[in-house]
Design a protein around this ligand. Structure first.
Ligand SMILES: Cc1cc2nc3c(=O)[nH]c(=O)nc-3n(C[C@H](O)[C@H](O)[C@H](O)COP(=O)(O)OP(=O)(O)OC[C@H]3O[C@@H](n4cnc5c(N)ncnc54)[C@H](O)[C@@H]3O)c2cc1C
Length: 208
């Protein structure tokens, strides 16, 4: 019977990433998967000649400096060539382009979704939260915090200067809109609702 250095349970993205990292480090791996094919929530199934995504449809952050990019570097694979993906949202009477280019997106949202001081405060906070917590996630912050080691790691990942942002961890998106008096802004809410639905299958009232 063949033996392996490491056995991994589950052939979703996490299991496959773990296996490829271990293999790049010279370890042999065996992945055990309960389902008929690999992929988990990022897999697909076929029916009557059509393929359907189980869940994930978009590779995010597979670029230099991104989490996916870091994985590819670690296992010695080249970055895939791909076109940047821009969303276009259609609202009654207007369309809004969700540019990946930050400067273009800043201009678009001001031009199409409002340019009041409340909008500026809202976007400034959202940008800061996104930047700080995205960076923290790539530094290995673990949630929920279960012991003093996790707490120290979280402080280290978020950075002392950003620690006060922790007070927003229990806020939902609608809470932040309310704080800025924007809870009745229908167009802004429509755009945010679509993004929250599309990314975390949730609502503004529930999404953190
Ligand atoms: C509707 C939807 C849309 C999404 N869209 C995106 C997107 O566009 N972009 C994006 O980046 N992410 C997206 N995600 C998130 C992404 O799909 C998941 O975060 C990711 O696929 C999770 O991977 P995982 O390996 O952690 O877990 P899973 O994909 O859940 O993999 C776990 C695997 O383990 C297997 N398993 C479990 N228990 C056992 C056992 N006891 N023995 C053997 N095998 C076992 C399961 O069958 C499964 O294959 C989406 C998720 C959903 C649900």
């Amino acid at each position: 019977m063949q033996s392996y250095d490491v056995v991994i349970i589950g052939c979703g993205v996490a299991g496959m990433a773990t296996a490829t990292r271990l293999q790049a480090a010279g370890k042999s791996t065996l992945i055990l998967e309960a389902h008929g094919q690999p992929g988990g929530c990022a897999g697909f199934f076929s029916k009557k000649g059509f393929s359907f995504d189980v869940g994930a449809t978009t590779l995010v952050d597979f670029e230099q400096g991104g989490i996916g990019g870091e994985l590819l570097n670690a296992i010695g694979l080249k970055m895939p060539e791909s076109e940047p993906l821009d969303y276009r949202l259609w609202l009654p009477g207007k369309s809004i382009q969700l540019y990946r280019d930050k400067n273009k997106w800043h201009q678009e949202r001001i031009a199409k979704l409002g340019n009041t001081p409340a909008h500026a405060r809202f976007w400034a906070l959202m940008d800061k939260l996104a930047r700080v917590f995205w960076q923290a996630s790539s530094k290995g912050v673990k949630l929920p915090i279960q012991n003093i080691g996790d707490a120290l790691n979280a402080v280290n990942s978020i950075g002392i200067s950003n620690i006060l942002l922790g007070r927003f961890l229990n806020c939902t998106v609608i809470d932040i809109l309310k704080k800025n008096g924007l809870e009745n802004d229908r167009e802004l809410k429509a755009v945010l609702s679509m993004l929250v639905e599309d990314t975390v299958n949730s609502t503004l009232e529930e999404a953190p």
